[in-house]
Design a protein around this ligand. Structure first.
Ligand SMILES: Cc1cc2nc3c(=O)[nH]c(=O)nc-3n(C[C@H](O)[C@H](O)[C@H](O)COP(=O)(O)OP(=O)(O)OC[C@H]3O[C@@H](n4cnc5c(N)ncnc54)[C@H](O)[C@@H]3O)c2cc1C
Length: 297
């Protein structure tokens, strides 16, 4: 293998919450050949696999992950083919948006300032500022667990709010290698200034003030108000369990306030969900993904 492999790698180093225990094995494949070899080895040893992007939407258990975590950072190709921008899954989606905007390519600019990779944004159907990945995605190259690579044309109907086809049982075993996005042309100066405006808006909302994973709960139109507003109305801003807290500046941003365990954050998510349900009757759905071995929590 050209990339590298670590044992007992602490996952807090790889998540924006800065929590999470060790992964038994942590691999950083250099290329598709490495990735294929890792899948084969994991299969031979009957190991669980987790594909990691930027770790910005995850809560990894304090006891860590029993199996192999595969870090996609080296899948970082960047190409333009006609009107399509083709981005490797491991690229920072924000950096890619900036690079494209600087070259006069419009389409991804809404994601400037959002943490995470291209692969993670595709998997999650990331959205903000009235746009989502599903609006611009054209095709995705994937590798299945047998090492076979295929190009899948994307069909808008298989996408929904925070849902991509890769979250389905069949799609869940596919690793995104790269994705093509339909771009338009625009003035680089105009695009850069729009991107800076979005980033400033995130700064003003306190997105980068403390370790977090973005929105804790999905929004649901049927609830009549965003999850953050429901949480605020229940008087839960600033509410804390151990080192985890609902931020004092935004009801839907849960933070690691210095020394949180993953278990604190999980208990906080559960407790806030229960209290909002008791008070409003609405059952909010967590947006943060639980990863690893939660049996002992
Ligand atoms: C400050 C902050 C602000 C945020 N703002 C927003 C926002 O405005 N809108 C929004 O939608 N989200 C937001 N988020 C959440 C998060 O940034 C996004 O969901 C992001 O798209 C996750 O990407 P990631 O690379 O970090 O994925 P990870 O958290 O590493 O993984 C998320 C999921 O994607 C899967 N995955 C990742 N890469 C691949 C791949 N190559 N192949 C297959 N599966 C893969 C993982 O297995 C996992 O299931 C925010 C987070 C933070 C910390």
């Amino acid at each position: 293998m050209k990339g590298f492999l670590l044992t007992s790698e602490p996952m807090w180093r790889h998540t924006t919450f800065l929590v999470g225990g060790p992964a038994d094995l942590y691999a950083v494949p250099a290329d598709e050949k490495d990735l294929r070899a890792l899948f084969a080895a994991a299969h031979r040893n009957d190991m669980e696999i987790f594909i990691l992007g930027g770790g910005s939407n995850l809560l990894v258990a304090d006891s860590g992950f029993r199996g192999l975590v595969i870090d996609t950072r080296h899948f970082d190709d960047y190409d333009v083919e006609g009107k399509n921008l083709i981005l490797g899954a491991g690229l920072s989606v924000s950096d890619a948006a900036w690079r494209a905007g600087t070259a006069g390519l419009a389409g991804l600019d809404f994601l400037f300032g959002m943490p995470g990779t291209v692969g993670g944004a595709v998997w999650m159907n990331a959205r903000c500022y009235d746009a989502e990945i599903a609006d611009i995605i054209v095709w995705v190259d994937v590798m299945d667990r047998d090492g076979k690579i295929s190009r899948i044309p994307m069909n808008r109907e298989e996408w929904a709010y925070k849902r991509s086809p890769f979250q389905s049982t069949a799609g869940g075993r596919l690793t995104i290698l790269r994705a093509a996005f339909a771009m338009n042309s625009d003035e680089p100066d105009r695009l850069r200034s729009a991107m800076r405006k979005n980033r400033d808006d995130r700064v003003s909302k306190g997105h980068y003030k403390a370790p977090c994973a973005g929105s804790a709960f999905k929004n649901n139109r049927a609830f009549g108000a965003p999850s953050g507003v429901l949480i605020d109305r229940c008087g839960l801003k600033g509410f804390r369990i151990g080192g985890a807290a609902v931020s004092s500046w935004h009801g839907n941003i849960f933070i690691n306030d210095g020394n949180a365990a993953a278990g604190d954050i999980r208990r906080l998510l559960k407790e806030v969900g229960l209290r909002v349900e008791e008070s409003t009757g609405f059952r909010m759905e967590s947006e943060i993904l639980m990863v690893g071995d939660w049996n002992n929590e």
